[in-house]
Design a protein around this ligand. Structure first.
Ligand SMILES: [Zn+2]
Length: 360
């Protein structure tokens, strides 16, 4: 929030929302869809510290992992590197995964997210008896439990790290195919460090996923000069693409023509320095060009953001009033991977009810 020059938008906010507080309240109340959120990056420092407390009696070295107040107003990506080690350590067993998933989903729900396709990379830890399969099944069982409560509808995307071998990537795709019948797993994702190697190496796994009815989303063009990779990714015909901050115009046009939505992660792009400022974020071009896109958080725990605030930033910069912001959030229903028409109807009903009660 501190990165947004609020004074510049004071008049607009006053006129359309009353005050910044009322603007924030509206953004929380607005039903929202989250389509790009990594489980591990979404863990808050609070949850990490709770887990450390729970586990440190049996694992005394965990006391050294205690998460301090990393989140300062002008935090930079470098400030978070110690966090990544902590997250890796804390997600090494089934019980902790359950605790984390419950907390993360509850936070999204409290933030007014009504539908989420959460993503996570299945991890194995032989020492603690965790397999990729039991990891994914644990998430499915927590998701079923959360779905039953009815405040938020959750689906799962299994992520594949860019540096995986083709064999490892295929293992995750096969796991996703086997778990599709749960009704929870809807697709696969490619994520991870952009230095992880050429996409072409693991491309067949994503083609196989598509052939077997899974949705596909890919982290695309997060760095400049990745033309060859971008073309390879496009040829898989992904359902959505993440980030795309350096995507060439011809591929953007292809995405528009084929209704392939961009998962735009505003604050994440700023902190990772792929975009200089909120004011110069490519979403202004997306609006101008009629590009399909959906606003997402990426790693809300690491970047200290939430989806309501991303909507607030987007609304302020583009001078969007209540109705316009509502239309943006409603459009995301078109971009979900879940092909269940009954679910889409249910989501439309939630948005229609909000409109009747708040915008007429
Ligand atoms: Zn991401």
């Amino acid at each position: 929030m501190e990165r947004l020059d609020k004074a510049k938008y004071d008049d607009f906010v006053k006129e359309n929302y009353g005050s910044w507080e009322e603007f924030r309240e509206y953004c929380v109340k607005l039903p929202k869809i989250e389509l790009h959120a990594h489980l591990n990056g979404s863990i808050t420092p609070k949850t990490m510290n709770e887990l450390i407390e729970q586990r440190k009696d049996k694992e005394p070295d965990l006391a050294n992992f205690s998460v301090k107040n990393y989140i300062q107003p002008n935090f930079q990506l470098e400030d978070f590197f110690p966090l990544f080690n902590t997250v890796y350590r804390l997600t090494d067993n089934i019980k902790s995964i359950e605790y984390i998933a419950r907390n993360v989903l509850e936070e999204f729900s409290n933030d007014g997210v009504r539908y989420i396709e959460l993503r996570s990379t299945p991890r194995k830890n032989t020492e603690k008896g965790m397999t990729k399969q039991s990891y994914a099944e644990t998430l499915i069982s927590v998701i079923n439990e959360v779905n039953k409560k009815g405040n938020i509808i959750v689906r799962l995307i299994l992520s594949i790290d860019r540096k995986s071998t083709l064999e490892e990537a295929m293992e995750t795709v096969n796991l996703a195919i086997n778990l599709k019948s749960s009704g929870i797993v809807v697709g696969v994702d490619m994520c991870g460090n952009t230095n992880g190697g050429a996409f072409s190496r693991i491309k067949p796994a994503f083609e196989y996923a598509k052939k077997n009815g899974l949705g596909v989303t890919l982290h695309v063009a997060e760095i400049p000069n990745s033309r060859e990779d971008n073309l390879e990714m496009k040829s898989v015909l992904p359902d959505r693409m993440g980030h795309c901050t350096y995507l060439e115009d011809d591929i953007l046009k292809w995405a528009k023509d084929n209704k392939v939505a961009i998962e735009t992660c505003i604050t994440s792009n700023i902190i990772c320095r792929t975009v200089k400022s909120y004011e110069t974020h490519p979403f202004t071009d997306y609006i101008k060009n009629g590009q399909p896109f959906t606003i997402c958080t990426d790693d809300k725990g690491v970047f200290n953001c939430d989806l309501s605030n991303e909507y607030l930033i987007f609304g302020a910069i583009n001078n969007y009033n209540k109705k316009q912001l509502f239309e943006i959030s409603k459009k995301s229903i078109n971009y979900i991977m879940c092909k269940d028409n009954e679910l889409k109807r249910k989501l439309k009903e939630i948005w229609d009810n909000f409109e009747i009660n708040n915008l007429n």
